[in-house]
Design a protein around this ligand. Structure first.
Ligand code: FAD
Length: 387
């Protein structure tokens, strides 16, 4: 196996401490959280107390100015443990960065420290019942009123952390006639009149992750709820595009870690499980299948590590991140399928981590931009734009 060279000894020490946190505060409860459909609110506060939320944020906003590799470790460890209910990555490495990069000083001071402690949980709401891939087709509007406030109307669906969220970045049209160029990011807080959270959606996998519908009925937002203020009005799409490489790489990182964990569980299982008087591992089919999967995951790991290096240097382009997202998540699903097969009937039983990982993996090819959209992005970078 190719030795990974990304991480320093400080990173390794952090990995150990975060792994202990998962083992103590998350893993023992995760099955119960799957049954109830959401993780306990307290785990967010505990993560905040331990400095695990918003780590890459500046110290003045409650973070520790940690480089992105600390977040990479968090994504890997959550994936390795199969604790997919935990929405820290979206909160810390998608929601908080939007506020840091585009927010006004007042917005940063108001929200970032609370996101870092877990007092506030963050979500981002782009998708709508009739617009997912085609984000320019969203119908939610935030129309400016004569007094400078905005009236927000519309609905969102499939929103990760949506049920727990205290702060939602809502993508809305501030100038509906201008298409994508009339889009802004609005900051909506739990409890605002007219803002309601719909039901938690029942999913095929990631059952402990609260994924919800959100409704906005004449929610009145003061100008301080426009992310970045007037300077960023109608620039929402540009902000979304700028953040895509990191958001897509996050999915790829977890895909590879999850696939590697599945191979490790399967290697252990096939050595133990006896069929026709011999371990399943003794069959050439088993060994060759695992050799092929391990080879592909190794290739994926090297590619993703290179992407991690590039993102730390601000050099990762959207097309390369899209390659990483599509290829590793396709691979993750292939690995899960093959590993379930090697577990036999037990691989289909929910109490086995491989069964959960199989179900959890499927959405990775859908959210964060579907893998078909990733291929569109790649072809555009190749000069092959569709007519
Ligand atoms: C568990 C989960 C969590 C999610 N979390 C969030 C979240 O936190 N925030 C958020 O905003 N959204 C979230 N989403 C939504 C997710 O990003 C969308 O589901 C995704 O972008 C696809 O959009 P859609 O479901 O509308 O599918 P559609 O856009 O309707 O796509 C249907 C099919 O058409 C294909 N297709 C679409 N356009 C093209 C094209 N140009 N060329 C070829 N094929 C195409 C798609 O690839 C897909 O196969 C989440 C979804 C899930 C399931």
């Amino acid at each position: 196996m190719i030795e990974r060279t990304l991480f320093s000894s400080d990173h390794q020490a952090f990995r150990d401490s975060f792994r202990k946190f998962i083992d103590k505060e998350i893993a023992p409860f995760h099955a119960d959280w799957e049954d109830q459909g959401y993780v306990a609110r307290e785990v967010w506060n505990k993560a905040g107390e331990n400095g695990f939320l918003g780590m890459s944020m500046p110290e003045q906003y409650g973070g520790s100015e940690a480089d992105k590799l600390y977040s990479v470790i968090q994504f890997e460890e959550v994936a390795r443990a199969g604790c997919t209910g935990i929405g820290f990555s979206l909160h810390s490495e998608i929601v908080a960065p939007y506020i840091l990069h585009y927010g006004t000083p007042e917005q940063k001071a108001k929200y970032l420290p609370k996101l870092a402690t877990g007092e506030m949980i963050g979500a981002i709401a782009m998708s709508e019942p009739a617009a997912g891939s085609d984000l320019q087709g969203i119908k939610t509007t935030a129309i400016e009123q004569p007094d400078g406030s905005y009236l927000l109307n519309g609905s969102k669906t499939f929103i990760t952390n949506g049920w727990h969220a205290d702060l939602v970045i809502v993508v809305a049209k501030t100038n509906p006639a201008a298409g994508g160029k009339g889009t802004s990011l609005m900051l909506v807080e739990r409890g605002m009149p007219g803002f309601s959270v719909g039901k938690r959606l029942k999913k095929v996998g990631m059952k402990a992750q609260d994924t919800s519908e959100l409704f906005f009925d004449n929610v009145r937002l003061g100008p301080e709820h426009l992310l970045g203020g007037k300077a960023h009005e109608n620039r929402g799409f540009i902000c979304l595009m700028e953040q895509l490489p990191w958001e897509r790489l996050q999915i790829a990182i977890s895909a590879v870690a999850s696939a590697q964990a599945a191979i490790d569980w399967t290697v252990d299982y096939v050595k133990e499980r006896k069929v026709f008087g011999a371990p399943v591992a003794s069959f050439q089919n088993t060994r060759f299948t695992l050799a092929e999967l391990q080879t592909e995951v190794q290739v994926a790991q090297v590619f993703v590590d290179k992407c991690c290096e590039l993102i730390c240097q601000d050099k990762l382009d959207t097309a390369t991140a899209s390659m990483a997202k599509y290829w590793t998540t396709d691979l993750q699903c292939k690995v899960m399928d093959e590993c379930v097969q090697l577990f036999g009937g037990y691989g289909y039983m929910w109490e086995y981590p491989i069964a959960r990982a199989y179900a959890d993996a499927r959405v990775q090819r859908i959210y964060g931009g579907t893998n078909e959209i990733m291929k569109e992005v790649i072809t555009r970078a190749m000069g092959l734009a569709a007519k």
